[in-house]
Design a protein around this ligand. Structure first.
Ligand code: MN
Length: 302
């Protein structure tokens, strides 16, 4: 049985609102009983202090390059953590932090595989996160991780661990999308990336969509990246860019339950939780409920 390595990444460098930098701290303060029960052999915390917790001082958008420098530093560090976790036989559970952390998480996961092995990735999000600096209106890096992983964007980011690209378009599926700009949509369409928009999820149900997405990815092993803004703002208000009419936690939990039991599972990342925008700890609980669902099978077996 694989041990979970919990990695908190206090990054706000990829976003306009840097409150996500305090996400991991808020999560650590609110560990639910389901996780406290985990024996140490199954759950390893990378310290109380989140990785790269840098007391961020907001920079004006004109200083996009300085933000990108910080994201590069954070993502490089994080990629070593996720890579080493897998090489030691563990499973990374990464708590963000803004979604630019995905550049680090999945660059590291890919680096832990044999060079010829492809990585699959299911990306649950309200947005496409597939901008390049040329198409992005804001230049915020949390709108770019998908493009970077596919090999497009700042060469310092695409080149982390000297592997490029980390991800082939056919091994990626996006679920829950309902807000995007033309430039990023064009990139994904041109590359043939499978995108399940929210209206299709509403018609067919999350479970059917998730299973189909999973079955369409040819890579043998896969990971899961969840942006809390994929959820309905009524259930996940604590995030910087909420979009109406999102996923419902009950449906998602049911579908993802015990997913980590799959020997092909490579890790879980949950991003964009901003404690300053949360209401009554709703989003904090949602993050833990998701993590508990994905790891849930471990409890059953005990
Ligand atoms: Mn996102």
């Amino acid at each position: 049985m694989r041990q979970w390595h919990i990695i908190g990444v206090g990054s706000g460098w990829g976003a306009q609102d840097m409150g996500t930098a305090d996400g991991p701290k808020a999560l650590i303060r609110n560990v639910p009983p389901s996780f406290q029960k985990f024996p140490k052999t199954l759950m390893y915390w990378h310290g109380e202090e989140p990785l790269c917790f840098a007391n961020p001082v907001p920079l004006p958008p004109s200083q996009a390059k300085a933000h990108t420098d910080r994201v590069l530093e954070m993502a490089t560090d994080l990629s070593h953590q996720t890579k080493n976790t897998l090489l030691r036989g563990g499973l990374p559970l990464v708590f963000g932090g803004d979604h630019s952390i995905a550049i680090g998480t999945w660059s590291g996961v890919k680096a832990a595989l044999e060079p010829e092995e492809d990585m699959g990735l299911i990306w649950i999000d309200a947005h496409m996160d597939a901008h390049s600096p040329e198409t992005s209106p804001s230049l915020n890096v949390h709108g770019m991780p998908i493009a970077v992983l596919l090999g497009y964007g700042d060469p310092r980011l695409t080149g982390i661990n000297n592997l490029q690209p980390k991800l082939k378009p056919q091994n990626l599926c996006l679920i829950g999308i309902r807000s995007f700009e033309e430039g990023e949509a064009n990139l994904l369409r041109d590359l043939g990336v499978q995108v399940y928009q929210m209206n299709e999820v509403q018609q067919r149900g999350f479970s059917a969509i998730f299973r189909e997405a999973h079955s369409k990815i040819p890579a043998r092993r896969f990971g899961l990246s969840i942006d809390v803004d994929a959820f309905d703002p009524a259930e996940a208000p604590g995030t910087g860019t909420p979009e109406p009419s999102g996923l419902r936690l009950t449906d998602v939990k049911k579908t993802l339950y015990g997913l980590a039991q799959d020997p092909a599972f490579l890790g879980l990342e949950i991003t964009e939780f901003n404690p300053y925008r949360d209401e009554n700890n709703k989003t904090c609980s949602l993050v833990w409920e998701l993590a508990t669902a994905v790891t849930g099978g471990i409890h059953d077996r005990r």
